[in-house]
Design a protein around this ligand. Structure first.
Ligand SMILES: O=C(O)c1ccc[n+]([C@@H]2O[C@H](COP(=O)([O-])O)[C@@H](O)[C@H]2O)c1
Ligand SMILES: Cc1cc2nc[nH]c2cc1C
Length: 354
């Protein structure tokens, strides 16, 4: 996709249909339950009504897209694992052996793995080759990506969702893999939300407290050197972000353009979601937040999006794993709308008026 096409796509995204959501809300109160008693599932049903533009929506055909890329900042010793693990995990996805493959099989979703910029060359026929460059630059020394590279990676995300949709996907689950990408995500989030870096840095794949202090110092130094303008989301993404983070941003755009629900995963996926919403606020209504990650910065990112995730299982894996696990709740929310009896149907007395 030509790089500027990504930005013109943004202008074609329209907000969710709030009136359809209101019809869902009204219908929910006719069902045989005390009003509001299904809690967050009711809010989810209303959101799905607004996304699909129908009072009694259904969800179907989930499809997972995992974007993989490397980060130059890995050489600063900010992860518990070596950079080579990104490529090794991509092979594991292609072989069906990762957690996301298992959870995707449980919900009948196919998994597309997209190489947006893994450092090591891959020769895996089942992996989609959308390489923009062999990993980002180390952002303590140079911008992670140029503007054209950022837009190209976003375009790869758009293309991946278009491909999945063409193959029948109607619910998009977005995941990522990239050693050191919690460092990039924390840096972006600290800038977007103007919060201290230490507030949004965590253990990632499992670094120690001392290593976390080093991670904070690396990010502070990078923000100082790069001076990104918080009001220019594309610049924040290009200077401090990652190729897979840009691709996820594009994936959310494409889901919103086609009025498909996109289930957001953990910390990195949520920072990409925040980037997408800063660039195009209408995207927000199409995002369902799958789970709350253990990574401490996730709370800050969720608050910035006024988002309440569906699950809290103490997970911090990535790959789209928490988003895939949440899919059955979308099914439950719509099944509840489509299958429950109304008070009138069942001949049950409605609430007494006060
Ligand atoms: O999704 C999350 O909340 C999450 C939290 C911590 C780590 N991860 C995964 O771990 C990798 C990044 O961790 P790190 O320590 O290398 O920055 C990357 O592949 C992510 O998918 C993911
Ligand atoms: C093994 C491993 C699997 C992952 N999946 C997502 N991020 C990951 C990081 C590591 C280290």
């Amino acid at each position: 996709m030509p790089t500027d096409a990504v930005l013109s796509l943004v202008s074609r995204i329209t907000p969710v249909d709030a009136r359809a959501g209101e019809r869902t809300r009204a219908y929910l109160d006719t069902l045989t339950k005390p009003p509001g008693s299904l809690g967050q599932l009711e809010a989810l049903a209303i959101q799905l009504g607004a996304i699909t533009g129908t009072a009694t929506p259904s969800v179907s055909s989930p499809s997972v897209v995992v974007f993989a890329a490397d980060h130059g900042v890995a050489e600063e010793g900010v992860s518990a694992f070596p950079q080579a693990v990104t490529a090794q995990m991509v092979a594991n996805f292609a072989n069906g052996g990762a957690a996301i493959n298992v959870f995707a099989r449980q919900i009948g979703a196919r998994v597309d793995v997209v190489d947006v910029g893994v450092a090591a060359p891959l020769d895996l026929p089942d992996v989609i080759d959308a390489r923009v460059r062999a990993g980002t630059a180390n952002f303590t020394k140079a911008d992670a990506m140029s503007r054209d590279e950022t837009l190209a990676a976003m375009g790869a995300g758009v293309a991946a969702v278009e491909r999945a949709r063409y193959a029948g996907a109607r619910t998009i689950i977005v995941g990522e893999m990239g050693i050191a990408n919690t460092t990039a995500s924390s840096a972006m989030l600290a800038v977007f939300c103007a919060v201290p870096v230490a507030q949004v840095v965590g253990a990632g794949t499992g670094i120690t407290g001392a290593q976390q202090a080093h991670k904070v110092a690396v990010i502070e130094q990078a923000i100082d050197a790069r001076q990104p303008d918080p009001d220019d989301p594309l610049a924040v993404l290009g200077k401090l972000g990652g190729l897979e983070i840009a691709a996820m941003t594009g994936a959310y755009f494409a889901a919103a353009l086609h009025r498909l629900p996109a289930i957001v995963d953990g910390f990195i996926a949520t920072v990409a979601a925040l980037t997408a919403c800063r660039l195009c606020p209408a995207v927000r209504g199409y995002l369902v937040f799958g789970h709350q990650s253990e990574e401490p910065g996730h709370l800050t990112a969720l608050e910035a999006l006024e988002a309440k995730p569906l699950l809290n299982l103490g997970m911090r894996l990535g790959e789209g794993s928490g988003a895939a696990l949440a899919y059955p709740l979308l099914q439950a929310a719509t099944a509840m709308l489509n299958e429950m009896a109304t008070f009138a149907d069942a001949g049950i007395s409605d609430k007494t008026s006060p």
